[in-house]
Design a protein around this ligand. Structure first.
Ligand code: ME8
Length: 508
């Protein structure tokens, strides 16, 4: 039986259209999902949308529509964006779907019956943009949300509460025993500090908020949107009994932005513990894309729309930039000049030129057919390949996408240098150098084949183009990456097919 790998992104709010922040998490998850599939795992990659709650209700009101109509409209924007970006998710869950609602109600009922949820009163402050409860003491005298800076509103109402405090010690023990449960380490330390500060029971229902899942024990209440949303990770697997759930839970990697880490590293594992389930293996909190020093967000209105970037420069240029530019876990600044510079230097110059210099040489001097290597001398590329593959595996295990790409680029650069040094255009002119020429071209084409394979998780459609240009006919997306015996898979005699430039240079 193949090893399983379950990977999730957050379910995104549908109050507004997606921006590059959402794109970032989803593209990162996609690269990891594709990579794991190529390493032989059976992958389940989930994404979706968070459609209930005050925030969506208010956004709908502002747009003079109903919450579900707003959700329907915005969901299609997410779905079409993921399609243009070649996101390979196995499922897309909307929290308004019946399959999800059913599970949320069942879970609520179970927790209520076992006294993990009880009826009480909630008194405190609420931030609608963050859908977060705050205590008086956490606001430090101000009437604004410590997270997003927007005004909070006072709530005193009857509520059902989850006994989060009951799980404080178990959570701390879990974090201690599993140092890789929350990464990066700095974020984990913040979580530990927060738990040590003391956890209070969490209000898990809202009164008089119609847009939500009805509380199964009290019709006047709807279920708190964060509890509703977090449960998507198991409702999509048809918790509790479906074979999908039994084979894929616990999740291997749950990707989130650092803004929502506490929900995923405290409330979520506590809920799972209450259900008698294992927490996910890893919750990874990546950093923020900022504009002029501030977090990009819908409520601040300083967002970058991915669609025009994709239209002008292609999905792969954006995917590459996002994963290469900033180490995963750190914050980054988005600017068009940075984007253009990165795409031109790495994709147009290094990678594009490598393909562009190699394939026409085969056309001109080998009748367009892949030559046989004459002396089995790979000029060091066989070793470089093995070494790159093993480093790639280590980097991908740590979700170091930027370092993974930088390791791949060492191969791209080495191949460009090899063309310069071996000057195949000169060899082509000398009768007695034909064997050498064939070996050089074979080594370059074989390096390109390996590059297509290892770049597929990051820039899938460009990798496919490289693959086809060098005469590969096998399905790229069903290839398995194995360091052993990888060198030599190119098929001599097949025809190369020159295509248009992979990444046309962008005018700066
Ligand atoms: O929080 N930089 O949804 P959301 C990087 N529905 N990533 C960013 C970003 C930025 N500037 N802005 C957003 C929610 N993201 C809840 C989640 S999960 C059970 C419920 C990404 O639409 C990042 O992944 O506000 C962040 O955590 C997520 O989008 C928040 O999306």
């Amino acid at each position: 039986m193949r090893k399983k790998f379950y990977l999730t992104t957050p379910v995104y709010y549908v109050n507004d259209v997606p921006h590059i922040g959402h794109t970032y998490t989803t593209v990162a998850a996609d690269a990891l999902a594709r990579y794991k599939r190529m390493r032989g795992y059976e992958v389940f990659f989930l994404t979706g949308t968070d459609e209930h709650g005050d925030k969506i209700q208010q956004a709908a009101r502002k747009k003079e529509t109903t919450p579900i109509e707003l959700a329907n409209r915005v969901v299609s924007r997410f779905q079409s964006l993921w399609k243009t970006l070649h996101i390979s998710n196995d499922d897309f869950l909307r929290t308004t779907e019946e399959r999800h609602i059913k599970v949320v109600k069942e879970v609520f009922l179970k927790l209520y019956r076992q006294d993990d949820i009880y009826k009480g009163t909630y008194e405190g402050w609420y931030c609608t943009p963050c859908e977060t409860f705050w205590l008086e003491s956490q606001l430090e005298g101000k009437r604004v949300c410590p997270e997003c800076g927007q005004a909070v509103k006072k709530i005193k109402e009857e509520s059902y509460l989850f006994r989060l405090s009951r799980y404080q010690n178990r959570l701390l023990q879990h974090l201690e025993k599993n140092p890789e449960f929350v990464l990066p380490p700095t974020r984990k330390n913040e979580v530990v500090q927060f738990i040590r500060g003391g956890l209070r029971d969490l209000s898990v229902t809202r009164l008089r908020l119609p847009w939500g899942i009805r509380c199964p024990v009290d019709e006047k209440h709807t279920i708190y949107v964060w509890v509703d949303a977090l449960l998507n990770y198991i409702s999509a697997l048809s918790y509790p009994s479906d074979s999908l759930f039994l084979s894929f839970w616990p999740a291997n990697v749950q990707l989130v932005g650092k803004d929502i880490l506490k929900f995923h590293a405290i409330i979520w594992p506590a809920l799972l513990m209450a259900l008698g389930l294992e927490p996910p293996r890893l919750v990874f909190a990546h950093g923020w894309w900022k504009m002029t020093g501030e977090k990009m967000s819908k409520s601040k209105g300083n967002i970058v729309d991915p669609n025009p970037l994709i239209k002008d420069y292609g999905a792969d240029a954006l995917r590459y930039f996002l994963l290469r530019e900033v180490p995963f876990g750190e914050d980054g600044s988005f600017s068009l000049p940075l984007f253009v510079k990165r795409v031109n230097s790495d994709l147009a110059n290094d990678l594009g030129n490598l393909l562009n210099r190699t394939v026409p040489l085969v056309t001109r001097s080998c009748g367009g057919r892949i030559p046989h290597p004459q002396d089995g001398n790979s000029a060091g590329f066989e070793d470089l390949t093995k070494n790159t593959l093993s480093r790639l595996d280590q980097f991908m295990d740590r979700l170091s996408f930027s370092e993974a790409l930088s390791a791949i680029w060492q191969m791209v650069k080495a191949a460009n240098l090899y063309i310069d040094r071996s000057a195949p255009w000169r060899l082509a002119k000398e009768e007695e150098k034909q064997k050498e020429l064939h070996t050089v071209l074979y080594n370059l084409l074989e390096t390109l084949r390996i590059l297509a394979l290892i770049l597929f998780p990051f820039i899938p459609s460009s990798a496919q183009k490289i693959w086809e240009e060098i005469g590969m006919e096998e399905n790229l997306d069903s290839q398995i990456l194995e360091a052993r015996d990888i060198w030599g898979g190119l098929v001599p005699g097949r025809e190369v097919k020159k295509g248009p430039p992979l990444f046309p240079r962008i005018k700066e």
